[in-house]
Design a protein around this ligand. Structure first.
Ligand code: FES
Length: 250
């Protein structure tokens, strides 16, 4: 019988630092768990990459009145670097939240708590499917040409920027470009892994202008798009601190 914990949330991160869940396996697993534990709220989150970040999921849980949040790293093989950042991001969120933070529990790594050999054995036992040559190719007419953009905007979705406003910035940028009818042939946006100056999160860079922005939060995006991307005037007061060896001046 399930123990009723009406204020319990479980947040499970995607298995990689890029937020990949290509076949929706994590989503399906959580659907099954929702049936088994109807009194618990389950959410997926990413450490880095596209999708709601851990901090966004924790904010949502806290706002909804969760008193206990269990966070599980979805890695099935332990990568110590990802594990360290996973803990750091949650520690950062707790510090920012202060005394009203709910109780956060970290689940042990999945590779420690499951019998991995049994998992592999079950996979070998099947049902297996034959590999085919009819699967989609690695090329497509849609990918033949580089888009005709004038500016390439890199939005950092590394673990630190993802914990400190990167997802909201990326979302606001998409909305602002769409509202101004700017597509890939005008401004090409790419979400990246860590771009290095994590302290300046959320970090955004614009090329070929060689302009790097620090603290480009969602509330700054409209001005950024209008002034820099539309009018071509970089916002110098939002520029990130940079080492002098930079080849070009932004
Ligand atoms: S995570 Fe964005 S610069 Fe490192």
């Amino acid at each position: 019988m399930n123990v009723i914990r009406p204020h319990r949330w479980v947040v499970v991160t995607a298995p990689t630092d890029r937020g990949d869940d290509p076949r929706g396996q994590l989503g399906s697993a959580l659907d099954a768990l929702r049936e088994r534990h109807p009194d618990t709220v389950f959410r997926t989150a990413v450490l880095g990459g596209s999708g709601p970040s851990i901090t966004v999921a924790l904010d949502e849980a806290a706002t909804s009145g969760a008193t206990e949040i269990v966070v599980i790293s979805g890695q099935t093989m332990l990568d110590r670097k990802i594990d360290a950042w996973f803990r750091r991001v949650i520690g950062h969120w707790l510090r920012e939240r202060g005394t009203d933070a709910p109780d956060i529990r970290l689940a042990p790594p999945l590779s420690d708590t499951t019998d991995y050999a049994d998992l592999l054995d079950a996979a070998i036992a099947g049902p297996t499917t034959p590999a085919r040559t009819t699967t989609a190719p690695l090329t497509s007419p849609a990918w033949d040409e580089i888009p005709g953009f004038t500016r390439h905007v890199l939005v950092c979705r590394g673990p630190r920027c993802s914990a400190r406003g990167g997802p909201e910035t990326a979302e606001a940028l998409d909305a602002a470009l769409e509202a101004r009818d700017l597509g890939d042939d005008d401004v090409l946006v790419t979400q990246t892994g860590c771009m290095f100056p994590c302290t300046q999160a959320p970090v955004v860079a614009v090329y070929p202008d060689n302009s790097w922005y620090a603290g480009l939060t969602a509330d700054r995006v409209d001005r950024f798009v209008d002034q820099h991307l539309v009018e071509g005037r970089p916002i110098t007061e939002w520029r990130g601190a940079r080492r002098e060896s930079a080849i070009l001046e932004s």
